[in-house]
Design a binder for this molecule. Structure first.
Ligand code: NAI
Length: 334
């Protein structure tokens, strides 16, 4: 059995964490022979709730889970981490301006970035889930200068899975038969779910999704808006935001970082742009198609982008660069 790895989940008393922790602790993410120490961070008023989560994890009697450390202190939570999954963030309250939300989150992710820089291993893999996920990820990355920028990513895998599922439902196939959808840009309603490069296995043959669906109007219309607005639709129905599907997507995202993506397949992930891919400005934390090997992602370059896609990719880039400017102002003022 390998040495235990140290995995942090923040927002550990929240609803996503409640679905996520069991999957991680039972070996769904890092493998069935990788034991782990779970570090759980939440804010002080949530410590009693967190105690309950710890009790439940203990009661699961999971053989891989060697230790649980629950805390409201960053110096404890970020110590010697191998993986940091940053789920906790400041939620939008009624009447709250977008700017105020951004300001509150810059404060959180600046502090957590600095804690990563100070206390975690330099090899730590950091995944940001808490919204606004792309910009929070950028804030953490900027606040942790001693950790390689490539170690940071934000979650757009839920949107990716939603896109896969919509196509699979439409064609009445299993979601696994659909490959290589792309989510471009921001994890927000400006994201661009793109099926131009996606394929599907139909009657034992792999063909393009556009060819299989035979309905460009749907793929350029309702498909896109359904995926963009899926989060809001779940909230409307459940009166709570996506949690089970978000936790599953986090597992997919982190498992792919750990073990790599299958040959010939790519996934969507928010990563730092170096300015050389798809004309997206340098230093934007933008969701791209990536493949992963040896725990290192690489943007899948060279896909042909049509005018329809170009416009949508630029629109979400514009939103992200505005978010970034505001966040950087707060970051330098804080
Ligand atoms: P929740 O409100 O149930 O839980 C959030 C937890 O974070 C709370 O326990 C809260 O006390 C904690 N928290 C707040 N500030 C913290 C801090 N500074 N340090 C540590 N913990 C802190 O929310 P839920 O449903 O678990 O969602 C968490 C976040 O994930 C939200 O921002 C949500 O918008 C985002 N999200 C992102 C998705 C994505 O695809 N990127 C998908 C779904 C949700």
């Amino acid at each position: 059995m390998a040495e235990p790895i140290r995995v942090l989940v923040t927002g550990a008393a929240g609803q996503i964490a409640y679905s996520l922790l069991y999957s991680i602790a039972k070996g769904d993410v890092f493998g069935k022979d990788q034991c782990l120490i779970l570090l759980l961070l939440d804010i002080t008023p949530m410590m009693t709730v967190l105690e309950g989560v710890v009790m439940e994890l203990q009661d699961c009697a999971l053989p891989l889970l060697k230790e649980i450390i629950a805390t409201d202190k960053e110096d404890v939570a970020f110590k010697d981490l191998d993986v940091a999954i940053l789920v906790g963030s400041m939620p939008r309250r009624e009447g709250m301006e977008r700017k105020d939300l951004l300001r509150a989150n810059v404060k959180i992710f600046k502090s957590q970035g600095a804690a990563l820089d100070k206390y975690s291993k330099k090899s730590v893999k950091v995944v940001v889930v808490g919204n606004p996920a792309n910009t929070n990820c950028l804030t953490a990355l900027k606040s942790a200068p001693s950790i390689p920028k490539e170690n940071f990513s934000c979650l757009t895998r839920l949107d990716h899975n939603r896109a896969k599922a919509q196509i699979a439902l439409r064609l009445n196939v299993a979601s696994d038969d659909v490959k290589n959808v792309i989510i471009w840009g921001n994890h927000s309603s400006t994201q661009y779910p793109d099926a131009n490069h996606a394929t599907v296995k139909l009657h034992g043959k792999e063909i393009g999704v556009y060819e299989a669906v035979k309905n460009d109007t749907w793929l350029k219309g309702d498909f896109i808006t359904t995926v963009q607005q899926r989060g809001a639709a779940v909230i409307k129905a459940r009166k709570l935001s996506s949690a089970m599907s978000a936790a599953k997507a986090i597992c997919d995202h982190v498992r792919d970082i750990w073990f790599g993506t299958p040959e010939g397949e790519f996934v969507s992930m928010g990563v730092i742009s170096n300015g050389n891919s798809y004309e997206i400005a340098e230093d934007l934390l933008y969701s791209f198609p990536v493949c992963i090997k040896n725990k290192t992602w690489k943007i899948v370059d060279g896909l042909v982008i049509n005018n329809f896609s170009r416009e949508k990719m630029d629109l979400t880039a514009k939103e992200l660069s505005e978010e970034k400017e505001t966040a950087l102002e707060f970051l330098s003022a804080a």
